[in-house]
Ligand binder design. Structure first.
Ligand SMILES: C[S@@+](CC[C@H](N)C(=O)[O-])C[C@H]1O[C@@H](n2cnc3c(N)ncnc32)[C@H](O)[C@@H]1O
Length: 212
């Protein structure tokens, strides 16, 4: 479920690291401060950690460097192969935000970067509802992703990118399921989380949700 964009990621796997290091001008600002943002997510994680949408493993590397016990979940075969080549020590499984092998013990942190927007708002709520049951008390969901400040912020950002001729980015922003801060806040609060948002670059927010 929620796997409708996987062919694109299979094709992108080999050049993905070039994009996140700013070599594609259309996506330069989306991935601005990439390493700093990954580090902020890793800094907030503790204990047994599930990571969704691992991609080429750049966040996993920071989680492993911190000495955390991590299970990476990634639906794209090509991305999994790429991440495994870079980090053979990473425990990596085929799965997605909604369908994944449920760990036999308590989870302290659930993390993901640049990926949660692949779920519709309805699917986002299903995922958060499932994670609320998996996490221990005080457990955290830490995501970094593009979030619109609201309907007006959405139109403004898309118009600005259109004016720059960033056609591929505009297509992403209008066809994937990027949502607003208010929608995410409601979902997290409904499922018993205290949530905060911190803007990290023009597009991306650090979303930290703690289970009460
Ligand atoms: C833009 S990349 C981000 C990769 C990595 N997290 C990073 O920050 O560089 C998005 C990743 O999410 C994965 N993805 C797409 N749909 C997904 C889903 N439904 N569940 C989990 N991961 C998904 C893609 O295969 C891809 O690896």
């Amino acid at each position: 479920m929620g796997r409708e964009f996987i062919d694109m990621f299979d094709e992108w796997a080999e050049t993905y690291d070039d994009t996140v290091t700013g070599q594609d001008p259309q996506y330069k600002e989306v991935f601005d401060k990439y390493n700093e943002i990954l580090q902020a997510v890793a800094d907030a994680a503790d204990g047994y950690t599930l990571e969704f949408g691992v991609g080429t493993g750049n966040l996993s590397e920071k989680l492993l460097a911190k000495g955390l016990d991590v299970t990476g979940i990634e639906p794209s075969k090509e991305m999994r192969e790429h991440a495994s080549r870079k980090f053979p020590q990473l425990q990596l499984v085929d799965g997605d935000f909604l369908s994944f092998p449920v760990p036999g013990h308590e989870v302290s942190a659930i993390v993901s970067t640049w990926a949660f927007h692949h779920l519709t708002d309805e699917e986002k709520e299903q995922a958060i509802s499932a994670y609320a049951k998996l996490l221990s008390k005080g457990g955290k969901i830490i995501f970094a992703d593009t979030v619109f400040s609201g309907a007006e912020g959405r139109s403004k950002l898309i118009q600005e990118e259109q004016d720059k001729g960033h056609d591929r980015l505009v297509k992403d922003l209008t066809t994937e399921y990027y949502t607003t801060m208010q929608v995410l806040r409601n979902i997290f609060q409904t499922h018993g989380f205290h949530v905060t948002f911190k803007q990290m670059n023009r597009f991306v927010y650090l979303i930290t949700a703690e289970k009460a």
